[in-house]
Design a protein around this ligand. Structure first.
Ligand code: R5P
Length: 288
């Protein structure tokens, strides 16, 4: 995909839509959105779209999935033949197989639903990239390491850490861009909200440490890692992730653990979304 592309977006995503359209040399088209008294959604896109457009669609909270499905349909009603769906945070991606007999494969159900209206799909920093095999069409998983490292570059960080071995590649990429040392911690998940972290011989005395992960959900992982690092003598701990979900008491948990700063992208809009994921999305769209 190389030509200029217009970006259709929800009114509450205008900032990201504008930033993405700028990068694609297109216009940002904001759709009309209403919520009926019974909670059902309504979407209308002004007629006259080009034959190929990008729809910036969200999948969190759940109602955004329905809104995105209707918006995909509306794009076609408004003249588009091909709609590339840019989903900054692909929800349900963690249930990408049946772990127990009879379980629904949520990621497949969502990808199949999105494929009814989207010709292609771009998302950012999936935990498991193979989830995209569940979508029938071209896909890209764009990485936000460049954006995360740019933000951390302004924070006088001494060391970058991944909270577990699985996150090592991402943290290593960020550290490499900043020319900083990096390592990983040893995490064991005890339950959906509890994790344990084995002590690790790390000289963090007086250091500013950035823990880098793909997602902050309950905050358990980042909180546990922060506690260990501060106990080992770190001076400041910052946490950076692509997706900030902040489920339940996550923010409290992070504050109590002593996290000094939270930096996440606007893949899910939150008060900590200080990093734009427009760059990552545009790179992903251009790779389709
Ligand atoms: C898991 O391996 C992921 O990379 C994250 O570390 C995890 O999903 C974070 O979840 P929570 O914030 O609930 O600990």
């Amino acid at each position: 995909m190389l030509a200029a592309m217009d970006v259709v977006t929800a009114p509450d995503r205008r900032d990201l839509g504008d930033a993405l359209a700028d990068r694609l040399d297109g216009d940002c088209v904001v759709y009309e959105h209403k919520i009926f008294p019974d909670g059902e959604r309504y979407v209308r896109v002004e007629e006259g779209l080009g034959s190929e457009v990008v729809l910036l669609g969200d999948t969190r909270p759940n109602t955004k999935i329905v809104e995105s499905l209707i918006a995909l349909d509306a794009c076609r009603e408004a003249g588009a033949d091909e709609v590339a769906l840019a989903v900054p945070y692909l929800a349900y991606a963690r249930q990408d197989r049946s772990f127990n007999p009879g379980e629904g494969i949520s990621a497949r159900a969502l990808c199949q639903a999105l494929a009814t209206g989207a010709s292609s799909l771009v998302t950012v920093d999936l935990h498991t990239e193979t989830v995209l095999d569940l979508f029938d069409g071209p896909t890209t998983n764009a990485l936000a390491a460049a954006e995360l490292s740019k933000a951390l570059g302004e924070e006088s960080v001494d060391l970058v850490l991944a909270p577990d071995a699985g996150a090592r590649r991402r943290a290593g990429d960020v550290a490499g861009r900043l020319d900083l040392p990096f390592d990983h911690l040893e995490k064991t998940r005890v339950s959906a909200t509890e994790v344990d972290m084995a002590p690790k011989e790390l000289d963090v005395t007086g250091a500013t440490v950035a823990i880098v992960d793909d997602i902050i959900s309950t905050g358990g992982t980042m909180a546990k890692a922060t506690g260990k690092l501060l106990a080992q003598g770190a001076d400041r701990v910052l946490v950076a992730a692509t997706h900030g979900i902040f489920a339940g008491e996550a923010e409290d948990r992070l504050e109590k653990a002593g996290v000094e700063k939270i930096l996440v992208t606007d893949s899910v809009p939150t008060e900590h979304s200080v990093i734009s994921c427009a760059g990552a999305l545009s790179r992903g769209l251009r790779r389709l």
